[in-house]
Design a protein around this ligand. Structure first.
Ligand code: SF4
Length: 548
């Protein structure tokens, strides 16, 4: 496909006349066109096309259709139908009323081109540029970030269903690609075991019988892998994606001992970050947050939150589910800096805050990272009157710590934590601790009290944050973070943010970029209609709360 760039697209006179008559007070698509113009240009997407070939449908037009589609939570078919049938869309897109539009499959192809060209973020970036040129967005001020879980577009399976479905997926692919080869390999019982979907299969209920069944599936899968890699088998068999995934999942789920295939014990499974959870989406992972767990991804949304401007999403990041929020703080700042959209104050919850990040945000970007630093851990912190780190006096220059009872530390040693973070390990003399009258408040170790300190600047940043966040002033400033929960709720309700439409991280990431652009359109429309924010609603019961 080649690109024949269109210039500035003017709304045809007849389309404008009819749109003004039908929507005398405007509507989201019409207002967007009137204020922001066409938003996208074909030249911005030129990298996606070759110099030769059939002329492609304007990518600028398809980008705008995608934004309108996600703003309304439409499927590809519904969006293509809207291009054909809706006057407000024709006005926004600058199309004649008689324009027949395009086949819905064009939208899927357009998204694939965006992903292949690594241009997933271009749609949101171009939209933000247009909004900025309209004077509705600027750097500085406050922004806030939060994340929510996203369910992969696959079924949730228990472990036995998962291994059964993995082998079934491989057999189905092999049956389509090499039916004669598979007919020579498949055992007669396999047709009973693997013809139906795993959730339609009745598995044994007792644990021992389930383990035996899982071992049988393991042995069947191993037969497939052995035969597919045997001399004489076509070499491309082992390169089929489902066969390759079968091999990887079998490594994670089974171990071979003396030639016998055994289901791994749960505690021998690899960590969630690398463990597969579906044969149909090999990038989905299992995430856990408090008592909830899910298979899929996590999306981080960052939005502006000034009282005198629309609240707009400026940055969106999608990760596999187990990636901790803290791992995204720095990359969110870098991404905002690259687009000249850095805030002065970044409001986040405790998951995004760490000593390093508090320092780096200010040092690298001039941002105040405003979020609660995690409280001190350990039984001393929860005991109420226990001696925590704040009760000790640290002399950094002389590498000496003095405890609340006036005893000086015995050793000061640089080390690394379990996570690889540089720390200092401090020990107090066991003789002093054993005879100490305050011992019950301080240590349960017979060897004396031990402390683990971060490096000086990190330690001081953390202690300062812990003190600061207790003040009324800090809490007044921090309460502006809560609004991001409403943005996430809006994304889930109106744009289907909770569930991935597609399989794979790249496609899910693009979905979230388009969802963010769609949410921005909805936010802008609300702003153009009222230029004010609705107050937080209080329930009928909440209104009855007695005044303190
Ligand atoms: S137990 Fe040891 S470190 Fe703790 S207060 Fe007593 S002497 Fe100091």
């Amino acid at each position: 496909m080649s690109l024949r760039p269109r210039g500035w697209v003017v709304v045809p006179a007849e389309t404008e006349r009819v749109a003004r008559v039908v929507f005398p007070d405007g509507c989201p698509a019409v207002r967007m066109r009137d204020v922001l113009g066409p938003i996208f240009t074909d030249a911005e997407f030129a990298d996606m096309f070759s110099r030769r070939g059939q002329p492609a449908i304007s990518p600028a037009l398809l980008a705008l259709v995608s934004v309108l589609q996600y703003a309304e939570g439409l499927s590809d078919r519904q969006a293509a139908q809207a291009v054909r049938a809706r006057i407000d869309w024709k006005y926004a897109l600058g199309l004649e009323l008689t324009d027949p539009g395009f086949d819905y499959s064009v939208l899927s192809e357009f998204r694939s081109r965006l992903i292949t060209g690594g241009l997933e973020h271009r749609v949101l970036d171009a939209m933000l540029d247009a909004i900025r040129q309209a004077g509705l967005l600027k750097a500085g001020g406050r922004q806030r970030t939060d994340a929510t879980h996203v369910l992969a577009a696959v079924r949730d399976l228990n472990r036995l269903q998962f291994v059964t479905e993995t082998l079934r997926a491989a057999l189905n692919m092999l049956a389509a690609a090499a039916p004669e080869w598979l007919a020579g390999v498949a055992e007669p019982e396999w047709f009973d075991r693997y013809s139906a979907r795993s959730e339609d299969t009745r598995f044994p209920s007792r644990w021992a019988a389930r383990t035996t069944h899982a071992n049988q599936i393991g042995a069947d899968g191993m037969t497939v892998l052995t035969e597919a890699t045997a001399t004489g088998a076509p070499s491309w068999l082992r390169e089929l994606p489902a066969v390759e995934l079968l091999r990887k999942i079998w490594i994670q789920q089974y171990q071979v001992t003396d030639g016998v295939v055994n289901w791994r014990d749960k505690k021998d499974l690899p960590p969630a970050a690398i463990r597969y959870c579906s044969p149909y989406d090999d990038q989905a992972r299992t995430g856990t947050k408090r008592d909830a767990s899910w298979n899929g991804y996590k999306v981080h949304l960052t939005e502006t939150c000034e009282p005198d401007a629309p609240h707009l999403i400026t940055q969106v990041a999608t990760t596999p589910a187990p990636v901790p929020d803290m791992a995204m703080t720095a990359s969110i700042h870098t991404s905002l800096a690259e687009r000249d959209l850095l805030p002065d104050i970044h409001l986040v919850d405790a998951g995004y805050v760490d000593a390093d990040l508090l320092i780096a945000a200010g040092r690298d970007h001039g941002i105040e990272l405003l979020g609660p630093a995690k409280a001190a851990t350990g039984w001393q912190a929860t005991a109420g009157d226990g001696y925590t780190l704040t009760d000790f006096t640290i002399d950094w220059d002389n590498e000496q710590v003095t405890c609340p009872q006036g005893v000086e530390s015995r050793s000061w040693k640089a080390d690394r934590s379990q996570d690889g973070i540089p720390v200092v390990r401090v020990r107090f003399p066991s003789s002093a601790c054993q005879s100490c009258l305050a011992r019950e408040q301080c240590t349960r170790s017979r060897a004396g009290r031990r402390l683990t300190l971060r490096h000086r600047d990190q330690h001081e940043a953390l202690q300062h944050a812990r003190v600061e966040q207790q003040t009324e002033h800090w809490q007044q400033r921090y309460r502006h973070r809560a609004g991001i929960e409403g943005t996430i709720a809006q994304g889930i309700r109106s744009c289907g943010l909770r569930r991935s439409r597609y399989r794979g991280l790249d496609k899910t990431r693009l979905q979230h970029v388009l969802t963010s652009a769609g949410l921005n359109l909805n936010r802008l429309n609300a702003w153009w209609e009222t230029a004010a924010f609705a107050p937080t609603r209080t329930s009928h019961f909440g209104v009855l709360r007695p005044v303190a």
